[in-house]
Design a protein around this ligand. Structure first.
Ligand code: ATP
Ligand code: MG
Length: 389
């Protein structure tokens, strides 16, 4: 008997025309996330098989890969009734249970015994050897037997995969990543739909610290376990923020600052041939996220801005942040450029006209170009940023 892992695709299989592209992307993602663990991988139209002696380690990594419906650890034997029965008996020998059910699937139609009859043969063997009962409705253990061309697979349970689409199938986009709770969750949800990411972080030293920057890099590092290829672009934002402060009525500071962020994000996305921006805005969360603020801020940008958490409650977002492992880092108390210059009464219903009036006071185009030309790119996310903890 051979122990191996197989993967069911799930949502993938609904995309009939693109199936091969999806499978190729998924197998490539698996390769990059498994790194240099020793294994052999084979795929066909319905499954990916992985043979390895590092079963637990591989299963743990597969749990972070989008596009996987379920992960199964199975035992493979020849298509021989006696061998199958003996293997089942061996596998359940040390399991404690009172009731069981056998579920045979005969994918290999030339196998002479039909599924229902096969269920009976195996169940009879078990009943002779162990004092247990059959319960087809609510069994303590379910024993699955799949008879296929390449052999018979015996397994008990399926581990739920992350679902979604393989990362990268939708190309790459830019994620505005701050040190908060929302944007890493937005990034995770983008990855889940198959969008790979580069992050964009605006820093304002000395108003924001090196620790705040390292916190963002660590957040990128955490969501990178779902991607494997995330980079962080760090934009020097100090000059722009200080210029806004000098030239804008206090209540408009955040609105104008965010318009500048959007302008930079759009320009950088276009430069990198990316078509969409993602961010962590959530309706009503702060003054800059009222619908009229969103309209005025979005007005400077001509590519779609997708806000995966726009309609979620903070508690729902926090739940996801905890599940994906970003929450504890997000709540570390380092200031962000949005929090260092917060006006007492930020405008809730800004107008485009007023923004344009203040923006006419300075040459923001050259400041934006300057900021983009001085971006620092961090690619080595494996580096640990323990000093933030
Ligand atoms: P988060 O929304 O991630 O919890 P936050 O609440 O500090 O962080 P907001 O002020 O709500 O941030 O900003 C809304 C969104 O704008 C963020 O989710 C993020 O996508 C983007 N953003 C804010 N500040 C920055 C920054 N310094 N760098 C990059 N993106 C930012
Ligand atoms: Mg927020």
């Amino acid at each position: 008997m051979e122990k191996l892992i197989f993967i069911k695709y799930g949502e993938l299989t609904t995309k009939k025309g693109n199936r091969n592209v999806f499978i190729k992307r998924l197998t490539n993602n698996i390769k990059s996330i498994l790194g240099n663990i020793n294994y052999k991988m084979k795929s066909d139209r319905s499954r990916i098989y992985i043979e390895t002696i590092y079963i637990d380690e591989v299963v743990n990594k597969l749990k972070n890969i989008f596009g996987i419906h379920s992960i199964v650890v199975a035992y493979k034997v020849d298509n021989n009734t006696d061998i199958i029965c003996d293997t089942v008996l061996e596998l359940i020998e040390n399991l404690s249970f009172n009731t069981f059910k056998i579920d045979t699937k005969r994918a290999l139609k030339s196998f002479e015994i039909h599924s229902m009859d096969f269920n009976k043969i195996v169940a009879t063997k078990i009943l002779k050897n162990k004092s247990v009962k059959v319960d087809v409705h609510n069994p303590d253990i379910l024993i699955k037997i799949e008879i296929r061309q390449e052999g018979t697979f015996i397994y008990f349970n399926e581990i739920k995969g992350l679902g979604g689409y393989p990362v990268g199938i939708q190309g790459k986009s830019l994620l505005m990543l701050s040190g908060g709770i929302d944007s890493p969750v937005a990034g995770y949800l983008a990855l889940k739909r198959g969008v790979d990411l580069e992050c964009l972080y605006f820093e304002s030293p000395p108003h924001t610290s090196e620790m705040a920057k390292n916190k963002v890099i660590e957040l990128a590092n955490i969501i990178n376990k779902y991607s494997g290829s995330i980079k962080v672009n760090i934009v020097p934002f100090t000059k722009i923020q200080e210029t806004i402060l000098k030239n804008t009525k206090e209540e408009y500071i955040i609105t104008i600052m965010r318009r500048m962020m959007y302008r930079i994000a759009e320009k950088l996305a276009k430069k990198k041939k990316m078509q969409v921006i993602f961010n962590g805005e959530s309706i009503g969360q702060v003054a800059s996220q009222t619908l009229s603020s969103m309209n005025v801020i979005n007005n400077v940008c001509n590519i779609p801005v997708i806000r995966p958490v726009a309609c979620m409650d903070k508690l729902e977002i926090i739940d996801i942040a905890k599940k994906i492992g970003t929450y504890e880092t997000s709540i570390l108390p380092y200031e962000d450029c949005c929090t260092v210059f917060v006006p007492k009464h930020p405008v809730i219903n800004p107008t485009i006209e007023k923004c344009e009036l203040y923006e006419a006071n300075f040459d923001y185009d050259s400041l934006i170009d300057d900021a983009i030309n001085n971006i620092e790119v961090i690619t080595n996310l494996e580096k640990k940023y323990e000093d933030i903890l």
